[in-house]
Design a protein around this ligand. Structure first.
Ligand code: NAP
Length: 485
């Protein structure tokens, strides 16, 4: 097991360039979900420490905002290199606190670095405009300026990459940051502080605070020095933050919950659909916001799809993330397992059939068997609730219209997937799905070049793509008059 030997496993908060403990000395235990053993502790900071972090970020902003785009770009490139130079230890740390397989953790660290590199490049392209003037003696300029102090709050399922999509554009735009990582996976967030310090970001530009979510959140929302909140997590907490941020009219970006449909039409390549289904369902043990929550298979291929999906699910190797060959690690904690068990019981009581899995894994702890449930029906809780676990309920449908209606019958609108070989259907279904992202004959679609985000209650704003930096910039209109004619 990884011990406190990791260079990045700092049991402290970074505020104004100093590594500190909570004022009260209180700490939070961090647990390895694969062993249920304590890995270490982090400070249980609260409002006072958060206030100091915000003030440090505000002081740093005054000079950081004046750095040139090229200077910021170079530092971000150095940060990218530092992340990749340390991919292995950062991935080991991530797996140890989060549980996912080492292969997935290495992938997450690589995509974190890729986001940083992308925004290092975008830093140099935040163009303004010269607008044709209606007046002969005046000129109209539109400039884009960094928004200011940004607070970034992130979840436990992607503790590194969720920060990269926030810190990358914030620093590129010339903003400074206060980071609040999830309490169950704080070290990967703290590692961003270590890395930023080591590559030479000035003190106060990046601050990291761990601890009481309510207290830290309240200070962030109430403090007028914070100009923007960027949050990834549950819709419930997202709504709370939007409401609280209203008191100081902050900008908000929200990456919230999902309820992804995965539709397989009769004309699809079934083997390809099964391959995509495995990635879209079981990545991170089913604990991703873009994981398939509901499979819809058309009646002509229903039985074949269920059979092949069940066989592929059964073949997944479940084990501790650090063990060679592991494809599915444990769930984050016992509460997550209980939720999965409840949803399966609900389905079985309503006539669903467990085709494979359905139980806690023989390894014990929070390991769970990859599960496929046939005969899923709209009245089952799967239809509305995020499973966040390795369970694949498969619904049967007849027509294209019915599939679209079922897929859209949710308050969420993050990722969606469908498989077909018909071009006309591709266009109709793609246009009919009320989602921020659509994968057509693809089960894994996230990439730094594309705008990631949702509609409806799945969120506000986009991360990645050229759109990803927009939320960190304010638009300023300048009218220069008295120029003569
Ligand atoms: P969560 O409970 O909402 O927590 C997310 C973060 O918010 C954590 O850092 C948490 O801190 C903090 N938090 C909790 N209550 C708060 C409050 N009152 N004020 C301020 N911060 C508060 O979500 P989660 O269970 O960690 O993550 C799973 C959810 O995230 C799922 O719904 C998933 O779909 C969503 N997600 C969405 C995306 C996306 O891009 N759309 C990506 C990944 C995950 P503590 O850890 O200290 O409680």
């Amino acid at each position: 097991m990884l011990q406190k030997t990791s260079h990045f496993m700092r049991e402290a908060n970074l505020i104004d360039g100093e590594w500190i403990q909570a004022d009260s000395g209180a700490t939070i235990d961090v647990i390895n979900p694969a062993t249920s053993l304590k890995i270490g502790t982090v400070p249980r900071s609260g409002r006072a420490e958060t206030l100091r972090a915000i003030e440090a970020a505000d002081a740093a902003f005054r000079t950081w905002r004046k750095t040139s785009a090229l200077e910021r770009s170079k530092l971000l490139r150095a940060l990218h290199d530092a992340i990749m130079d340390n991919q292995q230890p950062l991935a080991e740390l991530l797996t140890t606190e989060q549980g996912k397989s080492l292969t997935e953790s290495k992938g997450e660290i690589a995509i974190s670095a890729a986001y940083v590199l992308w925004f290092a490049e975008e830093a140099r392209r935040t163009y303004g405009q010269v607008v044709p003037s209606p007046w002969r003696d005046r000129r109209i300029l539109v400039t884009r300026e960094p928004t200011g102090v940004v607070a970034a709050i992130t979840p436990w399922n992607f503790p590194s990459s969720m920060l990269s999509r926030k810190i990358g554009p914030a620093l590129a735009a010339g903003c400074t940051a206060v980071i609040k990582p999830a309490s169950q996976t704080p070290y990967s967030g703290i590692a961003w502080g270590v890395l930023c310090e080591e590559v030479g970001f000035p003190k106060g530009v990046v601050n990291v605070v761990t601890g009481s979510a309510g207290e830290i959140g309240d200070e962030i929302c109430a403090n007028p020095l914070v100009k923007k909140i960027t949050f990834t997590g549950s819709t419930e907490v997202g709504k709370l933050l939007i409401a609280k941020a209203a008191s100081t009219v902050k900008k908000v970006s929200m990456e919230l919950g999902g309820n992804a449909p995965f539709i397989v039409f009769d004309d699809a390549d079934i083997d390809r659909a099964v391959e995509g289904a495995i990635i879209a369902k079981y990545r991170n043990s089913g604990q991703t916001c873009v994981c398939t929550n509901r499979f819809f298979a058309q009646e002509g291929i229903y039985d074949e799809f269920v059979e092949k999906l069940a066989a592929a699910s059964k073949g997944l190797k479940v084990g501790p993330g650090l063990e060679e060959g592991t494809q599915q690690g444990p769930l984050i904690d016992d509460k997550a397992v209980e939720k999965v068990e409840e949803l399966i019981s609900d389905a079985v009581a309503k006539g669903g059939k467990v085709v494979t899995g359905g139980r806690r894994h023989a390894l014990g702890g929070s390991f769970f068997e990859p599960t496929v449930i046939a005969g899923a029906k709209p009245e089952m809780r799967f239809m509305k609730e995020e499973i966040f676990g390795p369970v694949a309920p498969v619904f049967r449908f007849k027509t294209e219209e019915e599939a679209i209606a079922l897929a859209n019958d949710t308050e969420f609108g993050l990722a969606s997937y469908f498989y077909t070989s018909d071009l006309g259907r591709t266009m109709r279904v793609m246009e009919g799905l009320k989602y921020g992202m659509v994968g057509v004959n693809e089960g894994l679609i996230t990439t730094v070049e594309a705008p990631f985000g949702g509609v409806k209650e799945s969120g506000l704003g986009r991360e990645g793509g050229h759109q990803g930096i927009d939320d960190y910039l304010d638009t300023k209109y300048v009218c220069i008059g008295g120029l003569g004619v």
